[in-house]
Design a protein around this ligand. Structure first.
Ligand SMILES: [Cu+2]
Length: 645
């Protein structure tokens, strides 16, 4: 049994302490994940996932060149787990990357796994569970990598680290159930209850006059992007996602979930500071399908010089998101001046859309495939495949949406987003150049390289970037990191809907090694450790029995018709979404009593539509009324059919 009192051990490495540089250190952690109760927003207490009984999780700070050995022990009785260090390349140790089904099996209750890697990058990172949507239960924290040489390039006096995130009162399993049900045919994402700042609210941080702070900020939420500002102050961006940038002045920045930045903030002198300071972060309202009346879009936290001077007034512009003009990350320049990657050797064009399958659930698709995890983690398929088939994408399964990359080729990924949502896309194992990103459009607009006048000379690099609704995104990187890397939407509900592809990068260059505890983890989960995506290790081209997406909707039931029939679109359009939400809450989503449920759902819709009809008659708007009438007829017809069953 591991003594968890010895949960953190540091020792100086006897190797590699180069003259002049800080001696490399090994940081060894023993973290048992277990539930504790917490009430970070002061409104609702819920079970969160702690390390050794402590939550919030620690900010882990190391130096470039150090080694981390983190023993993750699963003390959750009802759930599997895993750990991902977001943004780290895990060069040569791709099996430490953490996503379940991609590089490892889930760690079952009582099991443990060692995450052991050398830290070769620097900047602002974070760690989180990569097992379903579990990180929304608080299983996430900051991972800061200092780099003496880099930090010496700026003038600053002190350092701070801040996390920002959305917060839900429901546990992750409930949230996903709410999202992935045929009673949510439009795939509306659950709305967060609050925003947290350093896992709390109304936070006060003492600051000094006339001092420059290097502040690292990470959005560790699961859904909503945030605008960030410090009204009355300008700051300078110096890093995004571990990529150092030429210093760029900004008043308003934007962070999707998964994104990070470092800023330099100079405080005022005692004579100039007439008041203390507020930090304003705001939910990107355009990402919310509905804004409940009691939802506070803005989160206000405080930087205090002196308790005796006043707090500033809240500026009125913070409520006018239409006027927001955050700095565009495409205008940032990496200080490395890494030139634009030349014409790609390998183009991957991904068409993104959302659609309902036969189970009525709304899924996300890239090139008509919605991600379904394979029977064997894709990395283990690559490690067990015969050389003759290792570069054959078929062995990795159809619903893993796998693309095989050749060593050192320049890869371009184009996403044409035919969904009207914004998607924060995250690539594991790399920082990519952002070559092009369109604005949002009413109707989908695809990328056309011939219409592109020019690209940046030194494109900004990141590991997470959003594509706009109905817009496109183009990124490039060099396939110089053999491994199996997930490329997915970091908006966790969309990942649950299957918005992911697998990049099998230079599998013929992979070390045929996997730590013993990985194999044991698979055994404990009753998962095979070799074979193709279907678990067949005799005939890698026989995918019989692989996990695939649900069948499409029955013939005659077009997705559009289905949505029109079952949906709340009208409710959303005519502003009584709340009737839908509350009206549907008492409908249980169980297999038993399915028909009965169907009838109750129909009854609810009829009620909702009748109320809508009344409302539009009252307001004398002819058009909605006609549309509602049509929907009402459809629902009543279906209800009649059901009554005859
Ligand atoms: Cu998304």
């Amino acid at each position: 049994m591991i003594d968890i009192f010895l949960w953190y051990v540091v020792w100086l490495s006897t190797f590699g302490a180069a003259a002049g540089a800080a001696a490399a250190v090994t940081h060894e952690f023993y973290y048992k994940v277990q539930y504790v109760l917490a009430n970070p927003d002061g409104v609702h207490e819920k079970e969160v996932i702690s390390f050794n009984g402590t939550w919030p999780l620690p900010t882990i700070e190391v130096n470039k060149g150090d080694r981390v050995k983190l023993h993750l022990i699963n003390g959750l009785e009802d759930s599997t787990t895993s750990l991902h260090f977001h943004g780290l390349f895990m060069k040569g140790v791709g099996y430490m990357d953490g996503p379940v089904g991609v590089t490892q099996c889930p760690i079952s209750p009582g099991g443990s796994m060692l995450y052991d890697f050398k830290v070769e990058q620097s900047g602002t990172y974070w760690y989180h569970s990569h097992s379903g949507s579990q990180y929304s239960d608080g299983f996430r924290g900051l991972f800061i990598i200092h780099d003496e040489e880099q930090e010496a390039k700026y003038t600053f006096d002190k350092q701070l680290s801040w996390s920002v995130s959305d917060w839900y009162h429901l546990p992750s399993a409930e949230l996903v159930k709410k999202q992935l049900t045929r009673y949510n045919p439009t795939g509306a994402e659950p709305i967060p209850q609050n925003l947290l700042f350093n896992d709390s609210r109304n936070v006060t941080i003492g600051i000094d006059y006339d001092t420059t702070y290097l502040i690292r900020i990470a959005n560790i939420g699961i859904m909503v992007s945030q605008f960030f500002s410090i009204p009355g102050y300008e700051f300078e961006i110096v890093e995004v996602d571990g990529v150092y940038t030429e210093q760029k002045k900004a008043k308003l920045a934007y962070l999707t979930v998964g994104q990070r930045m470092s800023i330099l903030l100079k405080t005022k002198s005692k004579s100039d500071a007439k008041s203390n300071v507020i930090i304003v972060t705001s939910m990107d309202r355009s990402m919310l399908d509905t804004v409940p009346v009691d939802l506070e879009l803005n989160s206000i936290n405080y930087l205090v010089y002196d308790e005796s001077i006043p707090m500033p007034e809240l500026p009125s512009w913070i409520d006018d998101q239409d006027s927001f003009e955050p700095i565009n990350d495409l205008d940032l320049v990496p200080s490395s001046h890494t030139p634009l990657l030349a014409e790609p050797d390998h183009r991957i064009s991904l068409l993104l859309h959302m659609e309902n399958l036969g189970d009525g659930v709304n899924y996300a698709f890239l090139n008509n495939y919605t991600y379904v995890a394979p029977k064997v983690p894709t990395l283990l398929t690559a490690l067990s495949a015969p050389d003759s088939l290792i570069n054959d994408a078929r062995i990795y399964g159809s619903n893993t949406n796998s693309f095989v990359l050749k060593k050192d080729e320049t890869v371009e990924i184009v996403i044409n987003n035919e969904d009207d949502n914004k998607h924060p896309m995250h690539l594991h194992g790399h920082q990519f150049q952002i070559i092009a990103r369109s604005k949002d459009f009413e109707e989908p607009v695809h990328y056309d390289p011939d219409k592109q006048d020019s690209f940046a000379e030194f494109p900004i690099m990141r590991d997470t970037v959003y594509v706009e609704g109905n817009g496109y995104l183009v990124i490039r990187f060099v396939a110089d990191n053999p491994g199996v890397w997930f490329f997915h939407c970091h908006l966790d509900f969309h990942l649950e809907q299957g918005l992911a592809v697998t990049l099998v990068e230079a599998p013929d260059y992979l070390d045929k090694y996997i730590p013993d505890d990985h194999l044991q983890t698979c055994e404990r989960s009753n998962m095979p450790t070799k074979g193709n995506a279907a678990g067949n290790d005799q005939d890698f081209l026989n995918l019989h029995g692989e996990y695939v997406q649900p069948a499409p909707l029955p013939a005659g039931f077009t997705p559009k018709g289905y949505v029109a029939l079952f949906t709340c679109t009208a409710a959303a359009l005519y502003g009584i979404w709340s009737i839908y939400v509350f009206g549907m809450n008492d409908i249980s989503v169980t297999e038993a009593g399915k028909i009965d449920n169907e009838k109750r759902v129909m009854q609810k819709y009829i009620e909702i539509l009748e109320r809508l009809k009344m409302k539009s008659v009252e307001s004398r708007s002819a058009e909605p009324s006609a549309e509602i009438e049509k929907m009402l007829k459809q629902v009543i017809a279906l209800n009649d059919k059901l009554s005859q069953l």
